[in-house]
Write a protein that binds this ligand. Structure first.
Ligand SMILES: *[C@@H]1O[C@H](CO)[C@@H](O)[C@H](O)[C@H]1NC(C)=O
Ligand SMILES: *[C@@H]1O[C@H](CO)[C@@H](O)[C@H](O)[C@H]1NC(C)=O
Length: 439
């Protein structure tokens, strides 16, 4: 691949509103290689049933969030995968304070799983309920939440694109006649809030953006966009939950370096997915990529992107992300590769910790990092099990971290320093409470 060829193209794109389709800069045979490697690598990430995060609940505490159409001017650019209309779920609250949550649930990888997804609630709004609740996380009305009185916006995931897509037509290379409009849906929500609440028209307005798993990826990718769109009257804060895909230099167990020119898992995934989704990328990250002679699409993934997010951000991430380990990097059913070895797990954890430690030096970045073998299951505000305990890191829960972020504008950096059993100090996930029922 000739990275120099990217330069003129990228400088042009970096200044435009929707930058980066690096794909034309690779040769056709490089693209083929990237594509087939990406599909092999990622296919097990697409359809696993545990990937809806959180699950939708139709009964709960307080007032429901109700299904609300997008503004008319956005109806053609925000469709679900199958072309059905996108809806927000909104619960009115303080009109100067908004919390918005991006639901997760895997992502679209290839024709087979994308077409299947388009027939489910994760790709079509045709059977979406009128009213839903959030009992556990940042849209809960539980009075213990610092966000309980905010206007709540639940963004249900039907784009399969980690909330980065900007496609408005269901055609084009690798799109399977489906729409990928997740980023446009975020833009539509901001416009709706501005139009209906005059949101951002008074100083000291607050906006809290969060999301889990694919929604955590979406939180990273949309954080600065939200801040720049809402303007100087709004203080924006972001908190991705389990959105770090993947720790820097992560490689799948079954291939030390994969296929194309020694590229890592992150690089292959970023290039392939960004092209399929026409992903929106963070503007300052793209500027960095261009300077560094990297494809701008690298900005899709957290290890590359997070250092360039200038909005304050609280990252919640487990040491051993169970989904990444079990369902992507060590997945074996369709590939017949060896199961995860202890060495691989320790290595993955070490990469995650190094990544989090690197990030913790960044200004305006907080961390909540438990030593757990979990994906999103313990990263929420409340454990709804009767007398269930919350995951605690250095004496603090995620609720504590969100509270000090929201109420005091303070970003905690709490990283587990518990020690595993003797002889297995590095290996054992040693947080006392990991199972927490966040969904
Ligand atoms: C939410 O509003 C109620 C009623 O006005 C008030 O008692 C409570 O303190 C508020 N909670 C927060 C977190 O601001
Ligand atoms: C910010 O708030 C001020 C004071 O209310 C208002 O005059 C101004 O128009 C607001 N800015 C935007 C971008 O809405």
């Amino acid at each position: 691949m000739n990275l120099l060829l990217l330069l003129p193209l990228c400088f042009g794109l970096a200044s435009s509103a929707s930058p980066t389709n690096p794909y034309p800069s690779f040769t056709a045979s490089e693209l083929d290689q990237i594509e087939s490697t990406a599909v092999t690598l990622l296919k097990s990430w697409s359809t696993h049933p545990s990937f809806t995060s959180p699950a939708i609940t139709t009964e709960g505490y307080g007032v429901p969030m109700t299904k609300t159409p997008v503004p008319e001017s956005f109806s053609d650019s925000t469709m679900c995968l199958d072309g059905s209309p996108f809806y927000f779920y909104i619960r009115p609250g303080d009109p100067t304070k908004v919390a918005l949550f991006l639901q997760g649930g895997g992502l679209c990888i290839e024709r087979f799983d994308c077409e299947h997804r388009a027939t489910t609630n994760q790709g079509s709004s045709n059977e979406w309920e009128e009213e839903i609740y959030d009992e556990r996380n940042v849209l809960s009305q539980d009075p213990r939440s610092p966000l309980s009185n905010y206007t709540h916006v639940f963004m249900r995931y039907c784009s399969g694109d980690t909330w980065t897509g900007t496609n408005t037509v269901a055609s084009g290379p690798g799109r399977y006649d489906l729409y990928f409009s997740g980023h446009n849906q975020v833009a539509a929500a901001l416009s709706h809030l501005q139009a209906t609440l005059d949101f951002g028209s008074t100083p000291d307005s607050q906006f809290f953006l969060s999301g889990a798993s694919a929604g955590g990826i979406g939180t990273n990718n949309n954080c600065d966009f939200v801040a720049s769109t809402l303007g100087p009257n709004v203080s924006v804060k972001c908190s991705p939950q389990a959105g770090l895909f993947f720790p820097e230099d992560t490689v799948a167990l079954w291939q030390s370096r994969i296929g194309v020119n020694g590229m890592t898992t992150n690089q292959i995934a970023s290039i392939y997915l960004s092209r399929m989704f026409s992903s929106h990328h963070d503007t300052s990250c793209v500027v960095h990529a261009v300077k560094n002679l990297d494809p701008p699409s690298y900005c899709w993934e957290g290890s590359y992107l997070t250092p360039h997010i200038s909005t304050p951000i609280l990252v919640a991430q487990n040491f051993w992300d169970q989904l990444q380990i079990d369902n992507i990097l060590c997945f074996q059913d369709n590939l017949k590769h060896a199961s995860c070895t202890k060495d691989f797990l320790v290595d993955f954890k070490t990469h995650t910790l190094e990544q989090l430690t690197d990030l913790s030096g960044k200004q305006r970045l907080g961390l909540f990092a438990p030593s757990c073998y979990m994906h999103t299951g313990n990263l929420c505000l409340f454990n709804t099990e009767d007398d269930g305990e919350n995951t605690v890191v250095a004496g603090k829960t995620y609720l504590d971290a969100v509270k000090s972020f929201v109420e005091d504008d303070e970003l905690m950096v709490v990283v587990d320093d518990c020690v595993g059993e003797e002889g297995d100090e590095d290996y054992v996930p040693c947080s006392k409470v990991c199972e927490m029922h966040c969904g």
